[in-house]
Write a protein that binds this ligand. Structure first.
Ligand code: NAD
Ligand code: IPM
Ligand code: MN
Length: 361
C-alpha cells in the first residue's frame, strides 16, 4: 500500500520524537512491503521563526493532501511573550480546526512492566485501560469573543458549543465504547455550566441508539479524583475540550509518564493528525532524554485509524511491550530496575524488535 505522510516536527523535543515516529513507519514499511513517503513542514515556533506565522499556508495545504499527519510538539519559552495570534500553540489549534479534527482519542493503559513507575499504588493502577474522547475544535478554546477590555481592566473568554458539535463527539464516544467494554462516562460541570447541561441532554438522547452501552454522568471535579483513586472503573470518558486536556495529563500518571501517552485527532472520514499528548518539554529538549513511546504509539494509532493496518499497528504495540518487558526505559520513568537508555536508543530498540519479529519472509 502507498501512503503519503506529512510530518510536523515543531519545537523543543518535537523534532526528536518525530524522528523516532518516522523511523518506526519506515521499519513497518520495510517489514510489510508498503511505500510510505514523507514531507516535513513547519508549524509552531519553528514556523514563526521561518515564516512569521505559526501556521503557514503551505503547511495547511500539505496536510490537506496527505493520507495522515504526524505532529511532534509546539511551543517554548522563546515564543511565550508573543501576542496570542502569533503563539506556537495557535498553529496547533489552527491545524486541528482547519482539518476539522473534532475528536481527540487519548488511550491510557497501565503497562504491567511500568506499574512501579507511577507514584500511585500499584494495586490502584493495575488493570487501568481507558480512553479519553476529548472534543477538540470547540468550547473555551475557540469561543468568541476572547479579549481584554476596559483598558486591560477586564477580560473575556467564551465557552460556546453548537448542539451538532456535541452530538458528533458523543456519537464518536458511543461508537468507541461499543468496541471496548461498553461503558461510557460523560464528564461535565452540569451543576454550574449551561453548556454542560446541554451536553448531558445530548448524551441522554444519544444513548437510546446505543442500548448496549452503559452510561454514567460524572462531574469533572469528582472525575479528577476518581481517575487517581479508582482508575480501572473507567472505560470510555467523553468530555469537552478543556476538561479533556486537563484530565488526560492527569491520567498520564497511571502510565508512569506523560511521555507514554499517544493520541489521534480525527474526523468522521478517518483522516487524522497523530500527536503525542505531551508538549515540547523545553526542560529536556536537545538532550536525547525525550521518551519516544508516546509518538511511537501514536504511529500505531495512525496505522490503525487512518490506514486500516491493524496487523501493522499490533506489531508496533507488541514491539513496545517487548522492549519494556526487557527492562528498557527512558529517564522520565521513575523505576530503579531495568536499563535506562536515551530517547534515540529507545526508538532503536523498538525498531529492532519490529524487524527481528519479522515472520513474513
Ligand atoms: P510538557 O508536556 O512539554 O512537559 C511537562 C513535563 O513532562 C516536563 O517536565 C517534561 O520534561 C516532561 N515530558 C513531556 N514529554 C516528555 C517525554 N516525551 N519524555 C520525557 N519527559 C517528557 O508541558 P509544559 O512544560 O507545560 O509545556 C511546554 C510547552 O509545550 C508549552 O509551550 C506548551 O504550550 C507546549 N505544549 C504543546 C503541546 C503540543 O504541541 N501538543 C502539548 C502540551 C504543551
Ligand atoms: C494538548 C496541548 C494543547 C491543547 C495546547 C498546546 C494548545 O496541551 O494537545 O494537550 O491544549 O490542546
Ligand atoms: Mn494538553
Amino acid at each position: 500500500m502507498k501512503k503519503h505522510i506529512v510530518l510536523l516536527p515543531g519545537d523543543g523535543i518535537g523534532p526528536e520524537v518525530t524522528k523516532a515516529a518516522k523511523q518506526v513507519l519506515e521499519a513497518i514499511a520495510g517489514r510489510y512491503q508498503h511505500t510510505f513517503t514523507f514531507e516535513s513542514h513547519d508549524i509552531g515556533g519553528a514556523a514563526v521563526d521561518q515564516h512569521g506565522t505559526p501556521l503557514p499556508e503551505d503547511t495547511v495545504e500539505a496536510c490537506n493532501k496527505a493520507d495522515a499527519v504526524f505532529l511532534g510538539a509546539v511551543g517554548g519559552p522563546k515564543w511565550d511573550q508573543l501576542p496570542g495570534h502569533l503563539r506556537p500553540e495557535k498553529g496547533l489549534l489552527g491545524i486541528r480546526k482547519q482539518l476539522g479534527l473534532f475528536a481527540n482519542l487519548r488511550p491510557v493503559q497501565a503497562f504491567q512492566q511500568l506499574l512501579h513507575a507511577s507514584p500511585l499504588k500499584s494495586e490502584v493502577v493495575a488493570g487501568s485501560d481507558l480512553l479519553i474522547v476529548r472534543e477538540l475544535t470547540g468550547g473555551l478554546y475557540f469561543g468568541e469573543p476572547r479579549e481584554r477590555r476596559d483598558n486591560g481592566q477586564s477580560v473575556v473568554d467564551t465557552l460556546a458549543y453548537q448542539r451538532s458539535e456535541i452530538e458528533r463527539i458523543v456519537e464518536k464516544a458511543f461508537q468507541s465504547a461499543q468496541v471496548r467494554r461498553k461503558h461510557l462516562t460523560s464528564v461535565d460541570k452540569a451543576n454550574v455550566l449551561e453548556s454542560s447541561r446541554m451536553w448531558r441532554e445530548v448524551v441522554e438522547e444519544k444513548k437510546q441508539a446505543y442500548p448496549d452501552v452503559e452510561v454514567e454522568h460524572m462531574l469533572v471535579d469528582a472525575a479528577a479524583m476518581k481517575l487517581v483513586t479508582n482508575p480501572s472503573s473507567f472505560d470510555v470518558i467523553v468530555t469537552e475540550n478543556m476538561f479533556g486536556d486537563i484530565l488526560s495529563d492527569e491520567a498520564s500518571v497511571l502510565t508512569g509518564s506523560l511521555g507514554m501517552l499517544p493520541s489521534a485527532s480525527v474526523r468522521e472520514d478517518g483522516v487524522g493528525l497523530f500527536e503525542p499528548v505531551h508538549g515540547s518539554a523545553p526542560d529536556i529538549a536537545g538532550q536525547n532524554k525525550a521518551n519516544p513511546l508516546a509518538s511511537i504509539l501514536s504511529v500505531a494509532m495512525m496505522l490503525k485509524h487512518s490506514f486500516g493496518m491493524q496487523e501493522e499497528a499490533d506489531t508496533v504495540e507488541a514491539a513496545v511491550h517487548e522492549v519494556l518487558h526487557a527492562g528498557f526505559h527512558t529517564a522520565d520513568l521513575d523505576i530503579t530496575q531495568g536499563i535506562e537508555v536515551g530517547g534515540s536508543q529507545m526508538a532503536a530498540k523498538v525498531i529492532e524488535q519490529i524487524s527481528t519479529n519479522d515472520t513474513t519472509e
